[in-house]
Design a protein around this ligand. Structure first.
Ligand SMILES: NC(=O)c1ccc[n+]([C@@H]2O[C@H](COP(=O)([O-])OP(=O)(O)OC[C@H]3O[C@@H](n4cnc5c(N)ncnc54)[C@H](OP(=O)(O)O)[C@@H]3O)[C@@H](O)[C@H]2O)c1
Length: 256
């Protein structure tokens, strides 16, 4: 009980928050939960390819947060392309003049990719295309947002990397997904080493009830015991609100 009360008492401040992959699944739930902890004057940028779903989410969020003076923007962008990354950075720059005290970037968008035996991956274009979206794009986007908001003492800066148990556990036939998730963890650890004014968290959300899991079931026949996204999102919010994690650390849902 005291835990819940202390979480409620905290906020993310007057925040500029960017959530990729916000149109559905975990990103959609995160957008809802984050919005409860934003101080008036905050800005929320929702990014994904499906503009209609983002627009619906924006309307829902604005109806719940009428009194909060929250600016919500939808960015319909394909983050597997340079144009999609550029557009997200451009809109961030355009909105960046607002007075804020916290930048929060949640790199949530990702794809499952082909689940096949190692020896089948002879096509470099296929592999590069997967890694381009799941690794390079998160690097390029984070780099662009760092340029818009240069880290400095007095400005809270947080980056969340949506990770997976497969960043640290090898799984047969999951070479693309495991490789990308593992590379992202190291990539964000480097950022943590470089930027003492940025707090970096790799969060592994556990198996959740989303379209990605529907694909896993269809492609592999594996059925996991699934958590509701809101349970995992609540744990991530707790970690962010307490803000006690070591920058660069990898935290799993089952450890919180
Ligand atoms: N679900 C799980 O059990 C589970 C477990 C561990 C880790 N994770 C991780 O948690 C994160 C969220 O997973 P999820 O299950 O919510 O996935 P999901 O249901 O597949 O949703 C993925 C989100 O990313 C967006 N997206 C996909 N491709 C995109 C692109 N090219 N450009 C921009 N946006 C794109 C999708 O929106 P559009 O289609 O509209 O673009 C959607 O909003 C991922 O990083 C995933 O690896 C998930």
């Amino acid at each position: 009980m005291s835990d819940i009360n202390s979480t409620n008492a905290r906020t993310l401040g007057r925040c500029f928050c960017i959530i990729t992959g916000a149109s559905k699944g975990f990103g959609w739930v995160l957008a809802h939960q984050v919005s409860h902890y934003l101080k008036p004057g905050s800005v929320l940028l929702l990014v994904a390819r499906t503009g209609t779903l983002l627009q619906e989410l924006k309307e829902e969020l604005q109806s719940f947060t009428e009194d909060q003076n929250l600016m919500v923007h939808c960015i319909t962008a394909d983050l597997s392309t340079q144009d999609g990354v550029n557009e997200t950075v451009r809109v961030t720059r355009q909105e960046s003049l607002k007075e804020i005290d916290h930048v929060l970037l949640i790199n949530n968008a990702a794809s499952l990719g082909d689940i096949s035996r190692f020896a089948s991956f002879t096509n470099l274009d296929q592999v590069n295309s997967y890694l381009s979206f799941n690794v390079s794009s998160a690097l390029g986007l984070t780099a662009g947002i760092l340029q818009v908001f240069p880290p400095r003492a007095g400005l809270r800066w947080s980056v969340v990397n949506c990770s997976s148990v497969f960043a640290v556990q090898a799984m047969p036939s999951w070479v693309l997904y495991c490789t990308a998730k593992s590379a992202r963890v190291m990539m964000f650890r480097v950022l943590a080493e470089e930027e003492p004014n940025v707090k970096v968290l790799s969060y592994s959300p556990g198996p959740m009830d989303t379209e990605m899991q529907e694909d896993i079931l269809r492609l592999t026949g594996i059925s996991y015991h699934l958590l509701p996204c809101k349970e995992s999102a609540a744990k991530l919010m707790k970690v962010l609100l307490e803000n006690k994690f070591a920058s660069g650390s990898h935290i799993d849902f089952f450890e919180v």
